[in-house]
Ligand binder design. Structure first.
Ligand code: TRP
Length: 460
């Protein structure tokens, strides 16, 4: 097992794990969800879910990973419950599916970096034409996948940890410089107010539901990312402290992304915040247009920095998504890490091709399926999002928590958490975990899973 590799330091592990969590979900997804979901009220609900409910899921994954010292599938066997390794297999499948479309979007962002640098703000109006040109965006996606595979092939400390230690601080520096810039634009404060002052009348069940899904995805939960990363850490690390730091970083970066983007929206709308596309098109359509308005040189610089930081955020996430299946085949099929990384990424890239073609190029994949009760067809990429993100992740999370408490047994999980955490026996966190983990948490996740499946695919 010595050949598996380890994180060389706690800070390296935190950087890599936080790097997994921080991604397109924070910088693209979070601001647009917050924009569509009433602003600050969405942020509040999101914070509640991250800390009160999903933090224990992260802890569960880390404990399973560290105790077993194995990949997301092998971990269940190592703990003596081979029958339950279907949970890990579901996780590996989710990882492959998520990476297949995630890389397509990362490829768009990568291409935008060059478009902005060249001052081509026109892509805004022609976003559809941009994604339809699959040979160009497919090449950017391919380069992105190659970068991901290269980092993973180098191993845990020499690849994943080293990359995260460079990418994460650069990301933070770029974000803060952009915030300072955007805060000085006219009407920046109107955007900040919308983002930070909650309007409780906007609290609806849709807002709660979206905030929950956003929190779960943003924390990279439900597919064994943290089982895998947890298997590379030392016995005496404090798991609770690590999970807290990872969650705080993830939430902190999401909020920072909002502080960077909403002033821009305040600026472009003259302070009214209306008439600005705040849906998924926020990043790829609205922002470049705003960069164009800022002026040709400043806009090109700000735009380029923005998309570069988006790529950096996405890269540490794609690395973690690839690492889950790679560590599975390395451990279980004794493949070399190098072979596994290149082979897996090749397979995932091929699986991503329909997602690539489903944004205008191929009408078959663009109108792939019409769910029961829906009046509009769903494109292939969104279909995979509905299956993997929306359905598999909450199901995987529910099963993992259920497994840890009832099959592996809570005493064993607690012993793993207590190693490295002084006085766990008498802590409030132990009481809290004993309160939420047996029924409430897996139950909630299972209900979410059932509701999503029924409402998305069967029109309830
Ligand atoms: N959390 C990342 C984001 O916000 C994406 C991600 C990476 C992820 N690994 C994951 C999501 C595992 C779910 C599961 O963009």
């Amino acid at each position: 097992m010595a050949a598996r590799g380890n994180f060389s330091s706690r800070i390296g592990f935190i950087a890599a794990a936080a790097g997994s969590a921080v991604g397109l979900g924070n910088i693209w997804g979070f601001p647009y969800e917050a924009g569509a979901g009433g602003g600050a009220i969405f942020v509040l609900v999101y914070l509640f879910f991250c800390f009160a409910l999903f933090f224990p899921v992260m802890l569960t994954e880390l404990a399973i990973g560290r105790k077993s010292g194995r990949n997301a599938v092998g971990a269940f066997e190592a703990l003596g419950h081979k029958k339950w390794n279907f949970i890990g297999k579901l996780g590996v499948l989710s990882g492959v599916l998520i990476l297949s479309f995630y890389n397509v979007i990362a490829g768009w962002a990568f291409g935008y970096t060059f478009e902005m640098a060249a001052g081509n703000f026109e892509v805004t109006e022609h976003f559809r034409a941009y994604t339809t040109n699959i040979f160009a965006v497919g090449s950017y996606g391919l380069l992105f996948m190659i970068a991901t595979a290269y980092i993973v092939s180098k191993g845990v400390s020499e690849g994943i940890e080293k990359a995260a230690k460079v990418l994460m601080p650069s990301l933070i520096i770029m974000m803060f410089s952009l915030i300072i810039y955007s805060l000085f634009l006219p009407n920046a404060m109107a955007g900040i107010k919308f983002f930070l002052l909650p309007d409780f009348s906007k609290l609806t069940s849709t807002v709660v539901f979206n905030a929950m899904g956003q929190a779960f995805f943003s924390l990279s939960l439900g597919m064994g990312t943290f089982i895998t990363y947890g298997s590379y850490i030392k016995k005496n690390d404090n798991l609770i402290g690590s999970a807290a730091l990872i969650t705080l970083t993830d939430v902190g970066i999401a909020i920072t992304a909002g502080l960077m983007i909403f002033p821009l929206i305040g600026f472009i709308s003259g302070g009214s915040l209306s008439g600005v596309g705040r849906g998924p098109e926020l990043i790829f359509v609205t922002l470049p247009h705003i960069f164009g308005e800022i002026g040709p040189t400043a806009g090109a610089i700000v735009g380029m920095v923005f998309f570069l930081l988006l790529c950096f955020a996405a890269l540490t996430s794609t690395v973690s998504l690839l690492e889950v299946p790679v560590s599975y085949v390395v451990d279980e099929f004794k493949l070399s890490r190098k072979k596994a990384a290149w082979m897996m990424s090749g397979i995932v890239y091929l699986i991503g091709i329909p997602s690539l073609m489903g944004n205008g190029y191929s009408s078959y994949f663009s109108e792939f399926i019409t769910y029961i009760g829906a009046d509009q067809p769903t494109d292939f990429l969104s279909f995979i999002v509905n299956i993997a993100n929306d359905s598999f992740l909450p199901l995987g999370g529910a099963l993992m928590v259920f497994f840890a408490v009832h099959i592996w047994k809570k005493e064993n999980m607690e012993a793993e958490i207590a190693a490295g955490f002084e006085n766990y026996e008498n802590s409030w966190i132990r009481k809290y975990l004993r309160f939420v983990m047996p029924v409430l948490l897996p139950g909630t996740l299972f209900i979410i899973f059932s509701m999503i499946v029924l409402s998305t695919f069967f029109g309830f």
